[in-house]
Write a protein that binds this ligand. Structure first.
Ligand code: TXA
Ligand code: MG
Length: 316
């Protein structure tokens, strides 16, 4: 069986340089030994990920992260203490221990302590960090359940560590900390409001300037084309389409052609449903997926970011 809860099995595969899918509170990761460039190369191969798109290193604690970075600025430490384990990734100057392939040649490395008990236990038992991007083929929706990984990367992984559904459901928020300056590189599962309570105002670039290297305009996209806008109007125009609604289904369309992110309008619930709903709609009969933006605060920023990328025109 490739799916299970056995940490010892996961550990044995990772030690041999093989790939293991790990649960985190955000999404499932496709993990390999972050100190072993050969193992890391397998991640790029399995995901068909462009080699210029660097990976996040996951470790069990702030202490374990220290050896991965050459500088830990005070603001970064404040953030780590406030939010780790949790859905926050920090981009900091890398140490010599980190292979170039992990950072795609950058002088910085992305690091995070994930908040999931089984993965923390595994990381605790390893003497290397885990390099792990989201466990989906490059460009597709991230997996929030172990079955999603098996469906798409079942051949490539040695083992999927089953940690149940991901609690947060969208990827971590990525911040670059350069001395005193904190810059948002990717909105995600930790909201900006909470971050600013700890370190004061941060730099939030306009959308087109967000600079995480892998943030291509089209990303997180299902197979069906996603149309973003007024769901009512769009459903009149695209009569064979399915609908992803924020709070309420359309009366004009059958119930079984629509999914709702959060009937009560709770953005956390909406985030946790986003990717699994998109996957469900992708597997149903219908020509397109029609979706609407959610309120643009708290986790709404990350949800809207993913929806816009899912709807963006594909260049490949
Ligand atoms: O929640 C998450 O962050 C999940 C779980 C598995 O931890 N991981 C994840 O990884 O979303 P991935 O590879 O799908 O996205 C990582 C992002 C990419 O956009 C990448 O470009 C950016 O992090 N990144 C990694 N290293 C970086 C660096 N040194 N500088 C700037 N951006 C970096
Ligand atoms: Mg990803």
């Amino acid at each position: 069986m490739k799916l299970g809860k056995d940490i010892a099995v996961a550990k044995a595969h990772l030690k041999k340089g093989e790939l293991v899918a790990i649960p985190t509170e955000t999404v499932y990761g496709l993990a390999a030994n972050g100190f072993d460039a050969m193992a890391v190369a397998r991640i790029y191969e399995a995901k068909q990920r462009p080699a210029f798109n660097p990976l996040i290193l996951h470790a069990a604690s702030i202490e374990r992260v220290r050896r991965l970075v050459s500088v830990f600025p005070p603001k970064a430490l404040l953030l780590a203490e406030a939010f780790w384990p949790g859905p926050l990734t920090l981009v900091l100057p890398k140490s010599e221990l980190v292979p170039e392939l992990v950072t795609a040649g950058n002088s910085t490395v992305a690091v995070r302590v994930p908040r999931h008990s089984i993965t923390l236990e595994l990381l605790q038992q390893l003497d290397f960090p885990l390099a792990a991007p989201s466990a989906n083929p490059s460009g597709y929706i991230s997996p929030t359940r172990p079955e999603h990984v098996l469906e798409q990367l079942g051949e490539q992984v040695a083992y999927v560590l089953d940690g149940g559904p991901s609690e947060v459901g969208v990827e971590s928020t990525i911040l670059k900390v350069d001395g005193e300056t904190v810059t948002l590189l990717r909105p995600g599962g930790l909201d900006i409001e909470s971050i600013e309570e700890v370190v004061g105002k941060i730099t939030v670039p306009t959308k087109s300037k967000l600079e995480a290297p892998g943030m291509l305009a089209s990303h997180y996209a299902p197979g069906k084309q996603v149309l973003l806008g007024d769901t009512q109007a769009l459903s009149l125009q695209y009569t064979d389409a399915l609908v992803l609604a924020y709070r309420q289904t359309l009366r004009s369309l059958p119930f079984d052609r629509q999914l709702v992110l959060s009937p009560s309008g709770n953005l956390r619930e909406a985030a946790s449903n986003l990717f699994s709903h998109l996957r469900q709609l992708d597997a149903m009969h219908g020509s397109h997926i029609i979706a609407e933006l959610v309120p643009n605060h708290d986790l709404g920023l990350a949800i809207n970011d993913r929806l816009q990328r899912a709807a963006a025109e594909r260049k490949n």
